[in-house]
Design a protein around this ligand. Structure first.
Ligand code: TRP
Length: 361
């Protein structure tokens, strides 16, 4: 790692979210929690992929704008600190679109289409053959999002690993083709060997895949099975209450691998208590699902309580304005970092015909 220290002396992180709705507990355990934990140790860039939101919702610009602001509020609420980290608004970073083009030349079309996450998205959204050219392009764009900031670590939910893999491939190829790095080089040595891009690693959170409150599918806003970071205790209790386990009575031995216990493990952060619950539940020792659901709901509420407080200064229209100001400020920092990489990439590609500076007002 020491070979890739930036001007701040810290290795970098880049990760982000597409603004298609509010963030939920699945995002928290999958990626947000890692971001908060790592932001002192790493120089962090957190991206709002609002350009990507247009790949499936080009007809809904107002929703995308609303959601862009809400995501930043969610971030601040959960402890991602704009004083420590840089928030990157994708549509204000022209280098991303520019680098996407160059990287698109280094990725075989079939490789892009083979991405299992891309495929399942097409399925989930019922798009069939009916999707825009821009839709698969976003996966090349995601490589550019990442590489333009030259991070070593990309904290993501499990489903995103399929996007990190082509990013690693294209980084190796760029470094080999344009920076003369030997193809036998170990991934962690690419920068030392003269490469521009470190080969980034995906980092999946504590709970790779949180089940939704339907007890079946992955937590997701579109499946209506999500507990949002700004839900009230009442909402949390109601959603937890609806979690289906199939168990009928409280003296019936319960299955401690069921969805309710996934929540127990994810949100009751006390090993002794978890053990106690597991023992009682598996014996059918007079402990009802309802009781455990309330206990889990209380823990979730405790987790969300400080988030509610951090949200207060950003409420309403005045809060929206503060977020927009903050994004404007951060756009300058983000473009500084992005333009530096882009210039070096163009130099490596022998298309460095002059330096430019971006004015942003
Ligand atoms: N595709 C990611 C998601 O929907 C968001 C994203 C865009 C991203 N670019 C990224 C995540 C770069 C990590 C790194 O969740």
């Amino acid at each position: 790692m020491s070979d890739n220290k930036t001007s701040t002396g810290r290795a970098r992180i880049l990760t982000g979210d597409t603004p298609t709705g509010q963030l939920h507990l699945g995002h928290w355990v999958g990626s947000l929690e890692n971001r908060v934990a790592l932001q002192d140790q790493y120089e962090c860039f957190f991206l709002i992929a609002n350009m990507h939101a247009f790949t499936t919702r080009a007809d809904k610009p107002a929703d995308i704008r609303r959601s862009t602001i809400d995501i930043v509020k969610d971030w601040i609420a959960c402890g991602m600190d704009p004083e420590k980290s840089t928030f990157v608004l994708q549509t204000e970073i022209p280098g991303i679109a520019e680098l996407s083009w160059y990287l698109a030349m280094l990725l075989p079309f079939n490789r892009v289409m083979r991405n299992p996450t891309l495929k399942s998205e097409l399925e989930d959204k019922g798009l069939g053959d009916n999707y825009s050219f821009g839709f698969p392009m976003y996966s090349v764009g995601q490589c550019a999002d990442i590489l333009l900031f030259r991070p070593e670590l990309v904290p993501v939910g499990e489903d995103q690993l399929a996007h990190i893999e082509p990013c690693r491939e294209v980084a190796r190829r760029f470094n080999q083709m344009y920076c003369g790095v030997n193809p036998h080089t170990e991934d962690e040595d690419y920068v030392k060997a003269g490469g521009l891009f470190p080969i980034p690693t995906g980092l999946v959170g504590r709970v790779a895949r949180l089940v939704g409150t339907d007890g079946k599918h992955k937590m997701s806003k579109s499946l209506n099975n999500a507990i949002f970071l700004n839900d009230t205790f009442k909402q949390i209790k109601k959603k937890m209450g609806g979690l289906y386990t199939g168990r009928m009575t409280m003296d019936e031995p319960g299955d401690i691998t069921n969805s309710l216990f996934e929540y127990v493990h994810a949100f009751i952060r006390d090993d002794d208590r978890i053990k106690e619950l597991e023992e009682a539940y598996s014996k059918g020792d007079n402990i009802g699902d309802g009781h455990i659901k309330v206990e889990v709901a209380e823990h979730i509420d405790k987790l969300l309580e400080p988030m509610r407080e951090r949200r207060v200064p950003y409420e309403g229209e005045a809060g929206d304005q503060k977020i927009l100001e903050l994004l404007r400020e951060h756009t300058k920092q983000a473009n500084n970092a992005a333009e530096e990489t882009l210039y070096l990439a163009k130099q490596a590609m022998k298309i460095d015909f002059g330096k430019r500076s971006l004015l942003f007002e």
